[in-house]
Design a protein around this ligand. Structure first.
Ligand code: ADP
Ligand code: MG
Length: 156
């Protein structure tokens, strides 16, 4: 079982490409909860953009810093992109009806998940992005069978 994968991402297109690889790896895995860790500017939203584009979303992907949540209708399932940077209290997530939105096949991508702990489902995959020179490093860690299958399906 692949528990963890590390990648160097030299530039923004490399981050987008990892997003598209994750999208391909997740085909046939209807429900995926992905936590995205990393400082401001580390590339979390860029990775989400890469995934959504590869999953057929043609429009823009804006960071839901103020709205907390941006829903997307993908071909075969829904997607929720959360950015909890400005969340003061994890209990606020109850007000946006997160629990109801999480039923059924859904891809959930959460930036700043540490701010919503207790109100979020457990992750299948946790991705940590860090600055490395002018690029970034991504560490991907699986914490469920779904997460392990995602990592196993990534190209080497
Ligand atoms: P976050 O959501 O983590 O705050 P963003 O995805 O908004 O970060 O990205 C911040 C900036 O980093 C963007 O200008 C983006 O182009 C750039 N970026 C993304 N990935 C890389 C990379 N691998 N190397 C260099 N710059 C990157
Ligand atoms: Mg962001």
């Amino acid at each position: 079982m692949t528990a963890s994968v590390q990648r160097l991402l030299e530039d923004e297109p490399a981050t987008m490409a990892l997003g598209s690889e994750l999208a391909a790896a997740g085909r046939g895995l209807p429900r995926q909860i992905v936590y995205l860790h990393g400082d401001l500017g580390a590339g979390k939203t860029t990775l989400v953009r890469g995934m959504l584009r590869a999953l057929g979303h043609a429009g823009i992907v804006r960071s839901p810093t103020y709205t907390l949540l941006e829903p997307y209708d993908l071909a075969d399932r829904g997607c929720l992109h959360l950015d909890l940077y400005r969340l003061a209290d994890a209990g606020e997530l109850d007000y946006i009806g997160l629990r109801e939105l999480l039923s059924g096949p859904v891809l959930v991508l959460v930036e700043w998940p540490e701010r919503g702990l207790g109100a979020l489902p457990e992750p299948d995959l946790s991705i940590t992005l860090s600055y490395r020179g002018t690029g970034r490093e991504a560490v991907l860690e699986a914490s469920s069978d779904v997460g392990a299958r995602l990592l196993e399906s990534l190209p080497g």
